[in-house]
Design a protein around this ligand. Structure first.
Ligand code: SAH
Length: 367
């Protein structure tokens, strides 16, 4: 900011209901003015204060002066043959993230990013290869839902926090954004239709069970620590003997709730019947649903997709043990919008490429 500039404006998209009520009061209005403001922005998609007819002229002037509604902009829309759409969104600092829309009959799911890149380094995920730049703000997370709602003409029926990034590594912004997704005055999506997916940041997961009751999906991918250490390296920090009980606790107390375990099927790596048996033992006593995800290849990876018969045999083995198991359809793979293919345009700040010992300098992808 140049000298003499007024202080940065508050981005109204960063505020939850309490925050926006407090702001309205601070600007000389009443809490309900804040609620009206929230409704204008999120329910009606109005960003021009002049159009907010139930706010006084004075309050509108104050808002104009001190606040802004700063949205991530859709710079690229890529439709897939199967109806999936990938939106590339540009953030105010020029970074790019991806949001995916997956229609399925009456359902429309959007897959939302929580970080620019990801710091976790899972070996089979292409987001990981891009490195990590920064957390998204609440406004940048809910801004993806705002944009999707305008594109679709109505709010999505489901949101999955399964885009770029580890949502539990950006805890506060993600929890506030999810609250807005479920808020009646905003998107009104029920808690069973907002799903957070995590690779297993155990302390944050424990905190989440106090603060939120969204649905939980966990990227498991292996039935034992040795293999999971290789595939999902955060397992070295929070191994299965910590992760599984934390997940069990998360769904405890509600008979309808289950943990959704995501399991990417990697040819010859984690897809044998003995892996299935170990998985059954691991999940014993945990209300569970398993999603088998066919591996989506990306340039530079050595992993291969398991043959369909092996996926089916694995699924059958779990089903026989009484575990509901679904083989997820791969959607949007022709436009690189499938799981683990979201890459955005990330300026890596984790120096991962240097750590990996590559001789090239860090790749700067911004023009
Ligand atoms: N970091 C969070 C959110 C990402 S969710 C998490 O790990 O849960 C994206 C899901 O797609 C995760 O289950 C992830 O492990 C999976 N995935 C990543 N790369 C993939 C690939 N190449 N093919 C299929 N699934 C992949």
């Amino acid at each position: 900011m140049a000298m003499g500039d007024s202080p940065a404006k508050i981005n109204l998209l960063d505020l939850d209901i309490k925050g926006i009520e407090a702001l309205a009061v601070e600007l000389g209005g009443k809490p309900f003015h804040g609620r009206n403001l929230l409704k204008w922005i999120h329910k009606h998609g109005v960003t021009d204060f002049e159009q907010m007819s139930d706010l006084s002229k004075k309050l509108r002037e104050q808002l104009q002066d001190k606040t802004e509604i700063l949205l991530p902009e859709i710079v690229f829309e890529q439709p897939s043959l199967d109806g999936t759409t990938k939106w590339v969104l540009e953030l105010p600092d020029g970074q790019r993230i991806e949001t995916v829309h997956i229609p399925d009959g009456d359902r429309s799911t959007i897959c939302v990013s929580s970080q620019v890149g990801c710091a976790l380094d899972c070996s089979f995920c292409s987001t990981a290869q891009q490195g990590f730049n920064r957390n998204l703000s609440t406004g940048e997370i809910i801004g993806q839902v705002w944009q999707a709602t305008r594109e679709l003409g109505r709010p999505p029926s489901n949101v999955v926090m399964m885009g770029m990034g580890e949502p539990l590594a950006n805890y506060d912004a993600v929890v506030t954004a999810m609250d807005l997704m479920m808020e009646d005055l905003a998107y009104m999506i029920s808690k069973s239709r907002v799903t957070l997916s995590t690779s297993g940041v155990v302390p944050a997961l424990k905190r989440l069970s106090e603060d939120s009751d969204v649905s939980l999906a966990v990227s498991l991918h292996a039935p034992d620590n040795d293999l999971r250490d290789q595939l999902v390296p955060i397992n070295k920090k929070y191994p299965l003997e910590q992760l599984i009980p934390a997940c069990k606790d998360y769904v405890a107390g509600d008979r309808r709730r289950k943990v959704t375990w995501e399991y990417v099927m990697l040819d010859g790596v984690n897809d044998s019947i003995s892996h299935a048996k170990a998985l059954i033992r691991l999940l014993e006593g945990v209300p569970s649903k398993v999603n088998l995800i066919p591996f989506n290849p990306f340039p530079g990876t050595d992993y291969k997709t398991s043959p369909a018969e092996r996926v089916e045999a694995f699924r059958e083995r779990l089903m026989r043990a009484g575990i509901i198991t679904i083989t997820r359809k791969t959607r949007g793979d022709d436009i690189d919008a499938a799981c683990g293919q979201l890459v955005g345009k990330v300026r890596d700040r984790s120096r991962r490429q240097l750590r990996r010992g590559q001789s090239q300098p860090l790749q700067v992808t911004q023009p």
